[in-house]
Design a protein around this ligand. Structure first.
Ligand SMILES: CC(C)(COP(=O)(O)OP(=O)(O)OC[C@H]1O[C@@H](n2cnc3c(N)ncnc32)[C@H](O)[C@@H]1OP(=O)(O)O)[C@@H](O)C(=O)NCCC(=O)NCCS
Length: 213
């Protein structure tokens, strides 16, 4: 687990090699996990520099779900620019990818923040949603963290909240949400106002334990 975390948090290299146009893998000796039966199995694997454009395409395709749902002043197109994605990776987000027959179907990022890990930018291609891909990605990135996990999403993204709840996460109080978003995320005040935070069981248990003291 320790080695997993060390390898996971090396996204700077991904940006560096993407900038040089190299497709050098950051996987190292990471085993990819496969799912599926008779047809070629779907893999969930660490992203490589060569995945950069595919990650961007999936984010911007899946983020169409937000259009007309999240506050209009928060929507922009494309939802994420190439420069923003490069910055997110440079800031420590490691992306994992679901791949089927050489095609990326979904991506999920994880970012180490010291005492917690954040799940960032979870997106499954629109045509591939509700087939269990998000849950597989989530289980994989969760298995990499030996600490409590937090997730921030738009308060209006009811489907994402439902997805995380079904996968064991709990929406934290408004007060905790404001505190956590300020502490672990770098987002504008308006985004804090229009977001929710979900926490995993470990975080909830730690809070309960602290409150009982
Ligand atoms: C949220 C997301 C990553 C989940 O991935 P997924 O592969 O679709 O999820 P799974 O198939 O593992 O789980 C499906 C469950 O998620 C929820 N869900 C996902 N998409 C939904 C939708 N369009 N409407 C309602 N519920 C939805 C439901 O609980 C669903 O269960 P159901 O199909 O039995 O009702 C994906 O739907 C997505 O990319 N959505 C758009 C972008 C987004 O909201 N990202 C979250 C950013 S934090």
């Amino acid at each position: 687990m320790k080695a997993a975390l060390r390898l996971l948090w090396s996204p700077g290299k991904l940006v560096a090699s993407a900038a040089c146009g190299s497709a050098k893998t950051l996987l190292g000796d990471w085993p990819a996990e496969s799912f599926g039966g008779a047809r070629k199995a779907m893999l969930v694997r660490k992203s490589t520099a060569g995945d950069f454009e595919a990650i961007l395409a999936i984010v911007n395709d899946a983020a169409r779900a937000y259009r007309g749902v999240i506050p209009a002043d928060r929507w922009h197109e494309p939802y994420m620019s190439s420069a923003e994605l490069a910055q997110e990776i440079a800031d420590g987000i490691g992306f994992w990818a679901a791949e089927d027959e050489g095609r990326l179907l979904g991506v999920m990022g994880i970012q180490d923040k010291g005492d917690v890990a954040l799940i960032r930018h979870a997106y499954v291609a629109t045509a591939q949603q509700r087939k269990g891909i998000g849950a597989k990605l989530l289980r994989r990135v969760e298995s990499l963290a030996d600490k409590p996990i937090l997730i921030g999403t738009w308060a209006d993204a009811y489907w994402a909240i439902d997805f995380y709840r079904r996968n064991g996460f709990t929406v934290v109080s408004n007060e905790d949400k404001d505190r956590l978003l300020r502490r672990y995320w770098s987002i504008p005040a308006r985004q804090i106002e229009t977001s929710v935070v979900l926490a995993d069981r470990r975080w909830v248990k730690d809070q309960d334990r602290a409150a009982a003291r």
